[in-house]
Write a protein that binds this ligand. Sequence first.
Ligand SMILES: Nc1ncnc2c1ncn2[C@@H]1O[C@H](COP(=O)(O)OP(=O)(O)OP(=O)(O)O)[C@@H](O)[C@H]1O
Ligand SMILES: [Mg+2]
Length: 460
Amino acid sequence: MAKNKSFYICGECGYRTLKWMGKCSECGEWGSFVEEVEIKSGTSTSNINKKLTNINESSKKVFSFQDVIIEENFRYTTEISEFDRLLGGGLVKGEVVLITGNPGIGKSTLLLQLIGEYTKYGDVLYISGEESPMQIKNRGKRLGVTHDNIFLMSETDMTNIYEYISLKKPKVVVIDSIQTIYNSTYDSMPGTPTQIKECTMKIVELAKSLNIPFFIVGHITKEGKLAGPKLLEHIVDAVFSFEGEEGLFYRILRSSKNRFGSTNELAVFSMEEAGLREVKNSSEFFLSEREEKNIGSMVVPILEGTKVFLLEIQALITDMNIGIPKRIVQGYDRNRIQILTAIGEKIGKMNLGMKDLFVNVPGGITIKDPAGDLGVVISILSMYRGIPISQKIAAIGELGLRGEIRKVFFIDKRLRELEKLGFKGVYVPISNKKEIEKNSYKLKLIYLKNLEEVIERMVE
Ligand SMILES: Nc1ncnc2c1ncn2[C@@H]1O[C@H](COP(=O)(O)OP(=O)(O)OP(=O)(O)O)[C@@H](O)[C@H]1O
Ligand SMILES: [Mg+2]
């Protein structure tokens, strides 16, 4: 008879131990261990003989490269083209996509809208462990998702889910959420690391063997991390996270992992009465409410995944009241701002020793692209010197410690986006000149070698 075994598992990294630990010796997380009971189904030596007799079964899972047939049009597409772009051009059959986000951000809304779109390929299944079929249908009515071939399943037992899907083979499946599903082989509660991991592995097995794509909703913790073992992200094919500030009507969906498309892609949606609506021209969206000329503000074309976003960088400098000077940064790496401020102080002859500095990127996006550096320093210098900058001019360039402006990648894409939005001119690194001159642009191109040249121009 199988013996129940109790152990502790780290919710962060999945590390197992027989004794409880305050701090995980593997990933260093505090208070992350939960007790779980596992029922061993038996992997003793007697089973090995049984396994050997199953060798024929195993060989069915081996294919020669030649035998693998690639289906054409193997991606399901929707009318929500921004979402398809995030997936890498549509949903791949058999892929498992994890969607995470804060409570109430719009995960179920998006998935119901998507499942409605996928009905054109056949029957689709929406499994919810959180809401009743009536609640889901009600939401569907509001969103205009009323297709007859959407099947709603109110189930949390993985065995029943497995059986139903194996039998009915729907075209697309949504599981809302993974934290509510459990595998009765294990004694632990739904939502515990073992349950989440085991159920996800079962889902992946189903997805791959039947070639059915799955969307799994995953809740996140207060700290903004995915609730459950980190290794969950390794098991699935793609991880998308929903971001957005409370009270604001727009939502950003970001891909942090994608086996069938590029990562760090970003799409903007607005949350409306009729559901999530894609914002195709997101640059316009981020740049609204701006004046002709501004002090302490500069627009930068930033690359997020494969798409360019025009974002505004704002700087504010005030006299310090007490203590040490503040450096408050939102939307940019704080250490990077310290470096850029130091370069600006040295080359631009600024003295910020007794000043508080605030840098902000409105819109909720955090810039990781170093091409934003030049825009940051220009905003700070403009604020420090009180020189207004035309808002029809943008800046592109990474800054070196000596103030040199370094070459950036994908310059053509960035310039095209600026052109599209009616910008008149742009500061660009001179090292990009050769590449830029291969094409023609309606923009006035201001080539720069270093920060000194920027400062000379600002005085003009
Ligand atoms: N009538 C409505 N008009 C506009 N927006 C609405 C309406 N009803 C709900 N919403 C929006 O939908 C959001 C809830 O969306 P949804 O239930 O899809 O989120 P969720 O991420 O699935 O949440 P949970 O984590 O609780 O499952 C609300 O926060 C609200 O912004
Ligand atoms: Mg929900």
